[in-house]
Design a binder for this molecule. Sequence first.
Ligand code: TMP
Ligand code: ASP
Length: 253
Amino acid sequence: MRRRRIYEGKGKVLFEGPEPGTLVQYFKDDATAFNNKKTGTITGKGVLNNRISEFIMSRLNDIGVPTHFMRRLNMREQLVREVEILPIEVVVRNVAAGSFAKRFGLDEGGRLPRSIIEYYYKSDALDDPLVTEEHITAMGWAATQDLDEIMQMALRVNDFLQGLFVGCGLSLVDFKLEFGRLWEDEEMRLVLADEISPDSCRLWDVESGERMDKDRFRRDLGGVEEAYQEVARRLGVLPEAGPLDLKGPKTVQ
Ligand code: TMP
Ligand code: ASP
């Protein structure tokens, strides 16, 4: 049976799920950066991000952070709750890097005096501009109360992830979260959605400082596949058959 394709993004496809209110999230090997200006393939990325995101979202569910994640279905797919995604990317930063370092003329690698949360408006056409709480509330993308909740959840995720990664010899430099609205009998809840993986995090090896994330692709550093595999291995979620298994089912039905 052909499933209805609900949405195709840069790294994932969403299909209609088996029950109302559910979706199947399919992880592709496609990689994009700089808002689609650079495109490529990272072999096995979809399989690894599916596992890595499953692992992290499950741990977050365990500690009471609500997420859209229900369960992993197969190599490249997971079952998630259907939510209404807010048009905002929430970035948490612990160390100066990427656009933050560039914006303020800083060298990458300096630890920030405290964790900083930033919001970006999701729009490829506009290059995801940085926006303030004022913009978000005035444009009706989220209410002040939503943002308070989002900020609390983002900081909680940051605390948890920093600990998790440092235990694997990785420093969590920064990461991006997306949130969605979930309705249950007239009640609205905000839940963590999308994925958490080396596509959406900066992870630096604690010992060598080596980048173990999508910056290897963005900056043509080589060893992209190996970095994703190493993150999965350190988290204990590398598929048993190893790299041979990473191509997974090629077709999206
Ligand atoms: P930035 O330094 O480019 O603003 O990125 C900050 C973090 O957010 C980094 O870990 C990469 C992640 N990110 C995404 O996952 N998607 C995006 O569209 C952007 C801009 C950043
Ligand atoms: N703007 C993001 C980047 O620089 C887009 C993405 O993550 O695909 O990588």
